[in-house]
Design a protein around this ligand. Sequence first.
Ligand code: PLP
Length: 405
Amino acid sequence: MFPSSCFRAVEKSQTLVINEQSRQLEASGREVFKFGFGQSPFPPLPAAVAELQAQAHQKAYAPTQGIPELREAVAAFHRDAENLDVTAEQVIVGSGSKILIYAAMAAFTHADVLIPAPAWVSYVPQAKLLGHTPIRVVSHFEGRWRMTPEALLASIAQKENPSTPSILIFNHPGNPDGLCYTDEELTELASVMRANNILAISDEIYGLLHHTGGHKSLALFYPEGTIVTGGLSKWCGAGGWRLGVALLPRSLGVGESEFKNVMTGISSETYSCAPLPIQLAAVKAYHWQSPELQVYLRHQRKLISFLGTWCAKTLRDEAGIRVHTPQGGFYLFIDFTPFQDLLVQKHKFASSGAMCQALLVDTGVAVLPANAFGMDNDYMAARLAFVEFNGADALAAAAKLGDDV
Ligand code: PLP
């Protein structure tokens, strides 16, 4: 009916391509090892599940910014757990952190969005959907995929118009590389951000899954310019509940600030609010002093830390793959560049996408290609999510072992 030139160009997500291909293979009777999808293997926190069941009858619309008791709980949680100076007024609750990242970017009519590579699959498409200009911040395997102050400055130098606002997407612990930054690195990066008047969106959705529990928010180092995003999807094993939070810096998050109004306006005019029963359940999850929560997090961290270290070592030692031991989250960025000649010249793979599709068909192993994470097409790497295990059983076994886990 309409010519395709009427539609916006949105590339098909590699996650969907690989998932669809996995489904087809399984339907044909093949065993598929699903290391592609980034879903927590752990069940949601029992106290939150019990509350959700108790609140299932709640049917009212909730306030767009989030119910006050949840915003209070989220602010207290981040004060206690991370020493952030945040109040309920600065908290926005949404249907997942993805839409909150989008809403924060959407507050600008036009912006340059500085996005690390590799980085999570949705940042670049979100920036493009909004008509912003994505600019890559380059990092390397040898530098453990870290964004350096020099790389950040180099990306700022690529801006066509210095007066266009700059947004930096920051993500740690990192997806796809499991990277966490040190205090010193955060301090140095913050000073570049400050000097260049950058608004940082710090995606800290894996913060509580820092393997040693030592997560430090960028907002500690750059409080005036950082929006922190997070939510229940990863540490609380509840991606499908769609509960995300954004912590606005004080200047943007108080009273009727224009920025806060745009962000809540986008929610209000699209999905309205995060569902009320989920918000009430989240109040129980966001309770830092709860001994149940502490054990739940400690056991998750020990399990994924052990598995991540083991997987990385085994891939390095047994298969010669280049990979760093993750420091947080549940991903490995596996780098096949030592086999580049074999992959490109012999197998004729034109892209990491083609390589991952062949890997899936030939071996049943599903991983996501590096080009989905912003790397050049011919950079032969992939993200492996080491979450293909029964998290409920693993947590139950860990509970029996207690602190010996
Ligand atoms: N940020 C990163 C780095 C992620 O990996 C994901 C989910 O995979 C999200 C954000 C989305 O989180 P949410 O479920 O809160 O929208």
